[in-house]
Write a protein that binds this ligand. Structure first.
Ligand SMILES: [Zn+2]
Length: 350
């Protein structure tokens, strides 16, 4: 593991960039003819700005039986309005903030981690989700550089299996870019329910509190699936790959075909929680508290309850895509109606 050097773009670059972006957006909103020119100018200016180079990525090495494992940080996002923007139900946001405070967390600023699990056993290399992809942004899209780093050293062509937990951009983004498959030799395993949802005539978002551009998101996901089509392998709940070493489990709600994974080897196991929890305090304290990204909150809550109950009974090792990096820990009861996330202490002698 190494630490990313603090090479933030200068404050001037940042403010100039947001000024230009705001400028273009303002004209675009008004529908004025200078809009396009302004937007183009903003884009050109953004391209010309120096980007932070992640030359020393966050990589945490561990193992699951005979699997070598890496937890790679693809980056992070922060919701500046904290729980008051993203978390539901709104009537309980004050209580959520109180819980955050009581745990020493900032209630005004909710950080979402992007953790990618990479596994290797003999010639098999397995990637679980692919992050945002190599995008022009400082704070995410680090997976490629991490894989190329001396700490990992795995080329995209060497990935034999890829698992797609669901199709939101922070998970599918890194699998395809501009019609190109990034991991060309990897079978891409996904639940059939997930593909069916996005390719359906009218994907149903009526239960969701999402605030983003849903038609654009549907279009992007469909394009990704079209690109990835030759590599897609469709599954049902409970299917196994690699001689039973990995089980694909349906945990619907966040999306229709949201999957979690159990990885087993030599008597050890790990349950990859995917997006069963987006915060290490809130969804555990009360599994009925949910993020607006969920497509079907009620189903997402039911999935969370089911798996947290099981995990707190078995104390199986777990891994969270959005929990604080490196994302390993166990789920335990909190002695009340909810649970707590107990992060695993950092070790070097994996
Ligand atoms: Zn996610």
């Amino acid at each position: 593991m190494k630490v990313i050097p603090a090479m933030e773009p200068s404050a001037t670059s940042r403010s100039r960039r947001s000024f230009l972006a705001g400028f273009g957006a303002a004209f675009a909103t008004l529908g004025l003819s200078p809009a396009l020119a302004a937007a183009d100018a903003a884009k050109a200016a953004e391209k010309a700005l120096p980007r932070k180079k992640i030359t020393d990525p966050y990589v945490y090495k561990f193992s699951i039986g005979k699997f070598e494992a890496w937890s790679i940080s693809d980056g992070w996002g922060t919701f500046k309005e904290g729980v008051t923007k993203k978390m539901w139900p709104p009537a309980e946001r004050a209580q959520m903030q109180e819980v955050m405070r009581s745990r020493g967390e900032r209630p005004d600023d909710m950080t979402l981690y992007i953790n990618i699990l990479l596994l290797r056993k003999d010639k098999e290399v397995i990637l679980v989700d692919a992050g945002f992809g190599n995008v022009e942004r400082d704070t995410w899209g680090w997976l490629g550089q991490a894989m190329a780093s001396p700490e990992v050293g795995i080329r995209p062509e060497e990935v034999t299996h890829a698992l797609l937990s669901h199709s939101h951009i922070d998970h599918i983004g890194g699998f395809a870019k501009e019609g190109r498959i990034i991991f060309p030799n990897a079978a891409l395993h996904v639940l059939k329910a997930e593909v069916d949802f996005w390719r359906g005539k009218e994907p149903d978002f009526t239960k969701s509190h999402r605030t983003d551009n849903i038609p654009q998101m549907i279009k992007n996901v469909r394009n990704s699936f079209d690109t990835l089509q030759p590599n897609l392998v469709l599954h049902k709940d409970g299917d196994q790959i690699l001689d039973g070493a990995i089980t694909i489990l349906a945990a619907p709600g966040h999306t229709d075909g949201h999957a979690i994974y159990r990885i087993k080897s030599e008597g050890q196991s790990l349950l990859h929680l995917s997006d069963l929890a987006h915060n290490h305090v809130l969804m555990f304290e009360d599994p009925a508290w949910f993020i607006d990204f969920d497509h079907d909150p009620e189903a997402a809550i039911a999935s969370r309850r089911k798996w947290f109950a099981e995990l707190s009974a078995t104390r199986e090792r777990a891994y969270g895509f959005h929990l604080p990096w490196p994302g390993l820990g166990v789920v335990a009861s909190n002695g009340r109606k909810g649970y707590q996330w107990l992060p695993e202490a950092w070790r070097w002698d994996f």
